[in-house]
Design a binder for this molecule. Structure first.
Ligand code: PLP
Length: 399
């Protein structure tokens, strides 16, 4: 540069990173674009002849590194590895996948007890675009096979297992088989189980979505999501094009937070499972509790299925108080250690009253048929000392 730069130019100019060897921890690439040494390099990267980043919405080294790590967890032990993209939320993952693969006239077949936001996405956003949504009980595989035969417009089955808040499960191996025979894609929300407890790809499922906001991050400090698929062609063309053009990519800061959280995923999940087991056993024998939904308990209708397709039974449970609505309100208001918050999968224990919060707009007869009664309380069991949790829950039950 011939002339000395002005002060403002020195302020504005980007500098090359100082350093000779790689940092131990993943750097946060807070940049909207990437530079080229010369025009030929730019042309080669744009043309795909040379690997490289172009623009932050198309990819970022921090974000891509974290996506690859999630792919290695969902593909752990498999001969082939899935392709993963990290997105701005769990909802971004579901919407990007659906818009990438489906067109007007196609239908999604799903179940009534998936996350409420996903149901609203299907009904309020996809339906007006001509992508329909049919509800069925995905646990009834003969019924599903029959429905696929009768309705060729169904192009994708979308399942959540275990599902909120009763932890009802779907037989993923059976579902994948039924769908494959009909030439229909399967997509599973694996947020509740995480790849540590359940690997849908190993059971034949085509696509996985995550709200990485939950267990993968584990510390309640990001909103982000992931979409994964075993068909690399579809992922790298259709799904990638959709995320790029919808702009549903994750940012590097959220990606870094998810990465940091995932380092302890295995440890956290073991502790979540231990604590949930201890709390479920305590609640099951309590005289004020009518019913406990936890997958390890032989009383749960999906206990045997969960044993087959999950490593352990997870950190989520729900239970019904004999005293109904008033007892649920009083119980929640008396808790001191557990926190009332509408999320899950964090290191601290979170409590939610579905009827007053997540399911407040669902008609009473529909939610009660799904086991979501006035006295039902959901707990995302954290990693505190089990004795403290039981003390807090026990104290709140006594009043
Ligand atoms: C099971 C499940 N899937 C998807 C979502 C949506 O995720 P996000 O809030 O990250 O968009 C949620 C949110 O609570 C969820 O519980």
């Amino acid at each position: 540069m011939k002339n000395r730069l002005g002060f403002g130019s020195v302020c504005a100019r980007e500098r090359k990173e100082i350093g000779f060897n790689p940092s131990h921890q993943l750097p946060i690439h807070a940049t909207s674009s990437f530079v080229f040494d010369n025009l030929q390099e730019g042309i080669d990267v744009f043309a795909g002849r040379k690997p490289g980043h172009i623009y932050g919405r198309f990819g970022n080294p921090t974000v891509d590194t974290v996506a690859e790590k999630i792919a290695s967890l969902e593909g752990y032990g498999l001969a082939e590895q899935p392709v993963c993209y990290l997105l701005s939320s769990g909802m971004a993952a579901v919407s990007t996948l659906a818009i990438a693969l489906l067109k007007s006239g196609d239908k999604i077949l799903t179940q009534g007890n998936i996350y409420g936001g996903t149901t609203s996405l299907f009904n309020q956003i996809l339906a007006p675009l001509g992508i329909g949504c049919e509800l069925t009980d995905l646990a009834q595989l003969d019924q599903v096979a029959d429905q696929l035969k009768r309705d060729p417009a169904i192009r994708m089955i979308y399942a959540e297992t275990p599902a909120n808040p009763t932890l009802a499960c779907v037989d993923l191996k059976g579902l994948a088989e039924v769908a494959r025979n009909a030439g229909v894609w399967t997509a599973v929300d694996n947020t509740f189980a995480t790849p540590y407890l359940q690997q849908p790809f190993a059971l034949g499922i085509d696509f996985i979505v995550h709200s990485t906001t939950k267990y993968l991050n584990g510390h309640a400090n990001t909103i982000s999501g992931a979409v994964l698929g075993m068909d690399a062609g579809l992922m790298r063309t259709k799904v990638y094009a959709a995320l790029k053009l919808l702009g549903t990519n994750a940012n590097s800061w959220d990606a870094w937070l998810v990465h940091n959280g995932m380092k302890t995923l295995a440890l956290r999940m073991e502790r979540h499972c231990d604590n949930a087991q201890a709390l479920a056993e305590f609640l099951e024998q309590h005289p004020k509790v009518a019913r406990v939904n936890y997958l390890s308990l032989p009383s749960h209708p999906d206990h045997e299925l969960a044993k087959r397709q999950m490593r352990r039974f997870g950190g989520m449970l729900s239970f019904e108080l004999k005293g109904g609505l008033a007892a649920a309100h009083a119980f929640i208001n008396r808790l001191e250690l557990c926190t009332l918050a509408p999320t899950l999968g964090d290191v601290d224990t979170l409590v939610m009253h579905p009827v007053s919060m997540s399911h407040m707009n669902v008609p009473k007869e529909i939610r009660e048929a799904a086991g979501i009664t006035d006295g039902l309380v959901r707990i995302s069991v954290g990693i505190e000392d089990a004795a403290d949790l039981i003390g807090d829950v026990g104290g709140a039950l006594e009043g």
